[in-house]
Structures are given as structure tokens and as C-alpha cells.
Design a protein around this ligand. Structure first.
Ligand code: 5CA
Ligand code: ZN
Length: 409
């Protein structure tokens, strides 16, 4: 699949800082030390109702990871998937009387437009689940042949007991795992499973649903977790730097993905750190396609809201916090954008050398975007109150905000 165009990232003077980031698996902060090519996998959308502010907030967080790495003069090998076949997508297509392929293509196209408008840098590889099926089948066969998977009425399940590290991403207890599994696509109540938590790797073809040739598995379609594993292993290999997504993916998705990959390769870990963004809510509840309480990026754009203001709204919240979308948070961002634009439109101003370092330091410190915004606010206030004689300052502020925060002033 093709991704979307990259906005230019200006180079800044000096050198960026290494990223210290909260790792879900260890529960602590880790200083990342990627090689010259940093490797990151971020779980992509299931394209049936894109792009809401929750999605945008999560992708904004991982865009900051990428920008911090680029500032350290590293290359970034960023992979993102599209879950372009899945139960909820098929259900939505039936509900709306649409062809599921057209629904997925249309929503993915809209997502690309939104990402471009928000200046979120594209992945190097943007890969659909459907196009990955030929690579998924042999992985499921290997797991089955190694005894890490078993058949149940034609479907193939992964045995969580086959990975000695199972549970080490989320650290949830058995009851929490069971509840989340039922809530997020699993089937813990199905009779005949070895462990209620075991997730499906391959689902035998169902009447009226799309299916693909699965060689010795028979016709069917892949389970959700193995799709992301196949794509990550194909494009990044084991031991990549960051596995990312929203906190609703901690369990089962990222826990199961790690176990699939570890059972397949015998290597550990799947990813060096697991990074999760908080949930954006509307009217007191997590914004979600299934509940329908959504604010869409495309709707705001159509209403004439500047994408830079949408992005500043996201940046005003720490990526790990759960927060609530309101008209007020957007209004605050519109106002801030106006102040910043006025401040950089003058021919000179107070020196911005310290500001570059403050923004760098804030982002390196577990992506503290609110602290980065506060630093720019302070420069804009000084510009307003006293001005200055540094002719390079307004341009340097613009480039810093653009390079590290993705906001074009
Ligand atoms: N296709 C799968 C991942 S392989 C999926 O979860 N798709 S999604 O469309 O439901 O979500 C896409 C990304 O947005 C995921 O990282 C998810 O964690 C994140 N996300 C979904 N809802 C919210 C929300 N309300 N707030 C923050 N992030 C969210
Ligand atoms: Zn995923």
C-alpha cells in the first residue's frame, strides 16, 4: 500500500537528545539507544470510521518519537499496518450496505489525507493485512508444526503457554486478561480451547465472509495479532526499538503479538520497549468507533479548522494521559497558534538558542509536549513584552516548532 507524502523536516543547529520513554513492559523509563537506523512499528487503523481524535492523538505521539530520532541524525525505519479485513469492518460494511473492500479503501484514503494535513510523517512501509496473507500462512503453519498452535473445528489457535514470557508486556492478572480478551476480539468462553485466553491465528472460512487460500490451513483469514507480527518481522525483524499504539492495545494485542513472535523465533524480546498512548474521550467515554462518540479530523477540516490548531490541541496533552476532547481545548489551541504566528512574523526578537534546547529536552523526557509548548509560549510572551534584536530568532523558532512538533507557523 502507498503511504502519504512527507512534509519537509528542517534541520536544526546542534544535535538532538536521546529519548527516555516510559516502557509498559517494565513499568519504568528507558533510555533508548537505537543504532543509526531506529526501528518502530505502530499499529494502524481498522479502516471503517477514520480518522477520529483518538487515532490522531496516538499517531501524533509516535510522530514525536520519529522527530526526536531524526533530530539525532538517525534514519527511522517506521512500519505501520492497516487492518483492512476484520470482524467490525465486515459488520459495518453489511450495516451500511457497502462493499467491504470499498469501505476500507475509502476510509484509508481519508486517513492518508488527514495524516498529511496534520503533518504526521508517513511510515516507510504502509502495509495492509490482506496483502500480507501469503506471508502469514507459513508463520501459522510453523507455529502449528512446532506445537505452539492447535486446531479447533477447523480454526487454528495459538497456545499462550508456548511462550515462557507470556504476560510480560501487560502484567495483567488472569481475571483482567480474560475480561479484556472478551472485550477486544477474543473468545475466552469458546469450549474446547486449551486456555481461554488462546487467540485465533487462522479462522476457517465462514459462509458469506471473504476467505483466502491458506495452504495446509485450508481457506480462511488470519487472526488479528499474527497480522501485525508478520508485517513487523518481515520489515523490522526481532528486537526492534519501539512497538507502539494506544493503551487499548496493551492486552491482548501487544501481549499476544510478542508471544507469537517469541514462540516463532525462539528469540526475546519482540520489541525492546512497548509504548502506549492514553485514550481520548468525548462526553466522558473513550472515543470509539463502536460507540460512535467521535470527533473527526476530516469534519473539523471541512469546517475550516486549521490542521495546525488540531495538532496543537493534541500536543497540549501529555501522550500518556487520558483526556477529554472539548470545544474549549480546540479554542485554546487556535488562540495559541495565533499568538505564535504573530510572534514569529516579526523581523527580529529575543534569542531562541535556549528555546531549541528546551524543546529538545522536553521531548526527550518521555515526549513531554506540554512542556515544549510552554517553552514556546514563554518565548512568544517575551517577544510580545520586550521584543529583541536577534534577526535569526523568529526563523529559528519556526523551524524548531516545525521540525520537532510538526506545526507549520
Ligand atoms: N487496527 C488495530 C491495530 S492493529 C486498531 O486498533 N485499529 S483502531 O482503528 O481501532 O485504532 C487505531 C489506533 O488508534 C490504535 O493504536 C488505537 O490504540 C488508537 N486509538 C483508538 N481509539 C483511541 C482513543 N479513543 N484515544 C487514543 N487512541 C485511540
Ligand atoms: Zn496491530
Amino acid at each position: 500500500m502507498h503511504a502519504w507524502p512527507a512534509s519537509e523536516v528542517p534541520a536544526l543547529p546542534g544535535k538532538g537528545r536521546d529519548l527516555r520513554i516510559h516502557d509498559t513492559a517494565t513499568g519504568g523509563r528507558v533510555t533508548l539507544d537505537p543504532g543509526p537506523v531506529a526501528r518502530i512499528y505502530v499499529c494502524g487503523i481498522t479502516p471503517y470510521d477514520a480518522t477520529h481524535m483518538g487515532h490522531a492523538a496516538t499517531y501524533n505521539a509516535f510522530d514525536l518519537v520519529q522527530r526526536v530520532w531524526l533530530d539525532t541524525k538517525r534514519q527511522v525505519h517506521y512500519v505501520q499496518n492497516v487492518t483492512d479485513v476484520d470482524d467490525p469492518l465486515l459488520e459495518r460494511a453489511i450495516r451500511d450496505g457497502k462493499d467491504w473492500v470499498e469501505l476500507a479503501e475509502g476510509e484509508t484514503a481519508l486517513f492518508r489525507e488527514d495524516m498529511t494535513a496534520l503533518r504526521l510523517l508517513p511510515p516507510k512501509h504502509y502495509i495492509g493485512a490482506v496483502e500480507s496473507i501469503p506471508g502469514i500462512v507459513p508463520l501459522v503453519e510453523r507455529l502449528r508444526d512446532a506445537g505452539a498452535a492447535y486446531e479447533l473445528e477447523g480454526d487454528i489457535y495459538f497456545s499462550v503457554e508456548s511462550d515462557p514470557h507470556f504476560g510480560e508486556v501487560s502484567h495483567y492478572d488472569a481475571a483482567a486478561m480474560k475480561a479484556l480478551s472478551a472485550e477486544r476480539g477474543g473468545d475466552p468462553e469458546r469450549p474446547g480451547k486449551k486456555n481461554p485466553l488462546d487467540p485465533m491465528l487462522w479462522m476457517a472460512a465462514r459462509e458469506g465472509e471473504p476467505s483466502w487460500d491458506g495452504a495446509s490451513l485450508g481457506r480462511g483469514r488470519p487472526g488479528w495479532h499474527i497480522e501485525c507480527v508478520a508485517i513487523a518481522l518481515d520489515h523490522l525483524g526481532m528486537g526492534f526499538d519501539v512497538q507502539g499504539g494506544g493503551s487499548d492495545l496493551i492486552f491482548p494485542h501487544h501481549e499476544m503479538g510478542a508471544s507469537h513472535a517469541q514462540a516463532l523465533t525462539g528469540e526475546y524480546p519482540f520489541a525492546k520497549v512497548y509504548v502506549h498512548a492514553g485514550m481520548v474521550a468525548l462526553d466522558g467515554e473513550k472515543m470509539s468507533k463502536s460507540k460512535g462518540n467521535l470527533v473527526f479530523v476530516s469534519k473539523l477540516r471541512r469546517d475550516g479548522v486549521d490542521p495546525a490548531a488540531i495538532r496543537l490541541t493534541l500536543l497540549a496533552h501529555h501522550y500518556r494521559a487520558d483526556w477529554e476532547w472539548t470545544d474549549q481545548v480546540l479554542e485554546d489551541a487556535v488562540e495559541r497558534l495565533g499568538r505564535w504566528r504573530a510572534a514569529v512574523s516579526r523581523p527580529d526578537g529575543p534569542s531562541a538558542d535556549a528555546l531549541v534546547e528546551q524543546v529538545r529536552e522536553a521531548l526527550a523526557d518521555d515526549l513531554d509536549a506540554p512542556a515544549a509548548l510552554a517553552a514556546v509560549d514563554r518565548w512568544a510572551e517575551r517577544q510580545d513584552a520586550e521584543g529583541g534584536t536577534d534577526e535569526a530568532a523568529p526563523g529559528l523558532v519556526s523551524r524548531t516548532v516545525d521540525a520537532l512538533l510538526g506545526v507549520a507557523l
